[in-house]
Design a binder for this molecule. Structure first.
Ligand code: G3P
Length: 222
């Protein structure tokens, strides 16, 4: 399973790289808006390039989202973003125009990530259109009392039936159990803020065990 980091922040990416969990990056317009260095479109595009250059040469991709909503503009923006760097995957929302755009871009061999997926129907149409990834939003479904992980399971089952190549990139991850459950389902990747991945490491018995090892050692060995 790949670990993607859901951020546009280079410091967070640096920490993820050191931990060895930087298989890719996903951004969205809200995450980009948090970065103080991005105040116009040119800054944003330059920032995408910096993120791409930060990844290992032969590994990982960066999802960069279009902000247009009509078909013609989405295509144009998608093509422009895709030319910024070979690592760019164009993130497109699961709307009718989005699905048409994905179909158009995938015919041109431009990789896409269909985002804001909240239903099996959206995931099916994104796969039919040739999207490289689908991003079902687990946490946002949980927020409205739907079971986000169930959606992931159902998409996985259906994609297996029909041998779709589209990869499941579980998004809107809110806590470490989301990551563990996604791993059990067998998703291709999860994208999450780094602090949630860090929570996977901590265990009270590890802390207690280590303290005892060190105490025993220091008591006997000078
Ligand atoms: O990048 C999309 C997604 O991961 C957003 O997560 O926490 O804003 O629902 P969240």
């Amino acid at each position: 399973m790949k670990f993607f980091i859901d951020t546009a922040n280079l410091n967070e990416l640096k920490k993820a790289k050191m931990l060895g969990v930087l298989d890719g990056v996903t951004t969205n317009p809200s995450l980009i808006a948090k970065e103080s260095i991005c105040s116009n479109k040119n800054d944003v595009y330059k920032h995408y390039i910096s993120i791409c250059n930060f990844l290992e040469k032969n590994n990982g991709d960066v999802s960069a989202e279009v902000i247009s909503t009509n078909y013609v503009d989405m295509i144009q923006e998608g093509e422009t973003i895709s030319l910024l760097h070979p690592k760019i995957v164009v993130k497109i929302p699961a709307t009718e125009n989005g699905i048409k755009t994905i179909q158009y871009l995938s015919k041109k061999k431009i990789k896409t990530n269909c985002t804001l997926i909240f239903s099996i129907g959206q995931a099916l149409l994104a796969a039919k259109a040739g999207s490289h990834y689908v991003s079902p939003f687990v946490g946002r479904l949980d927020d409205i009392s739907y079971n986000g992980l169930n959606l992931i399971k159902e998409i996985k089952t259906i994609y297996n039936y029909y041998h779709f190549d589209t990869k499941i990139l579980a998004a809107s991850i809110r806590h470490p159990l989301h990551i563990i459950e996604c791993a059990k389902i067998g998703v291709d990747a999860v994208t999450s803020p780094l602090n949630i991945i860090s929570c996977l490491i901590n265990h009270p018995l590890t802390k207690i065990g280590l303290e005892k090892f060190l105490k025993d050692y220091k008591n006997k060995i000078c």
